[in-house]
Write a protein that binds this ligand. Structure first.
Ligand SMILES: [Zn+2]
Length: 138
């Protein structure tokens, strides 16, 4: 009888350990997604789609480490709300995708430096995600 009880307790402990391990593996897989960024802007606050105007060149820098994430990018700014994109490729020059890019807001210049904590996003075809669907190019 005592042996049976011990086996039962051991069994419960095993199930408990199993549950604990499966719970901790779920949180581990959630953590691996932490570096992925999806800009979620859909509508322009100025109304309709963003009207992206070409604004010379830009660079993206990680504001924590100072590392350059994108050295020779194209800079665009929405003429209605001030959304800024610095991207690898230029749709205004005929590219069908942005490639690697980052978004921000604020003033632009002949060479805009965009500081970000979020890292770069990536687009392989204009219009294949919610963010690039919300953009028009002028
Ligand atoms: Zn806009």
């Amino acid at each position: 009888m005592k042996k049976y009880l011990l086996k039962l307790i051991f069994g419960i402990a095993l199930i408990g350990a199993g549950l604990f391990m499966s719970m901790s593996s779920v949180s581990a897989s959630e953590l691996t997604g932490e570096g992925e960024i999806t800009p979620y802007y859909i509508a322009c606050p100025g109304g309709g789609k963003h009207s992206m105007v070409g604004n010379a060149t830009g660079r993206v820098i990680n504001s924590k480490t100072g590392a350059t994430l994108l050295a020779k990018g194209h800079c665009f700014r929405c003429r209605k709300c001030g959304l800024i994109i610095v991207s690898q490729n230029s749709p205004i020059l005929g590219a069908i995708n942005l490639g690697k890019y980052a978004t921000g807001s604020g003033p632009v210049s002949n060479h805009t430096v965009l500081y970000t904590t979020a890292g770069l996003s990536s687009n392989s075809k204009l219009g294949n995600d919610e963010f690039t669907k919300s953009l028009t190019w002028q």
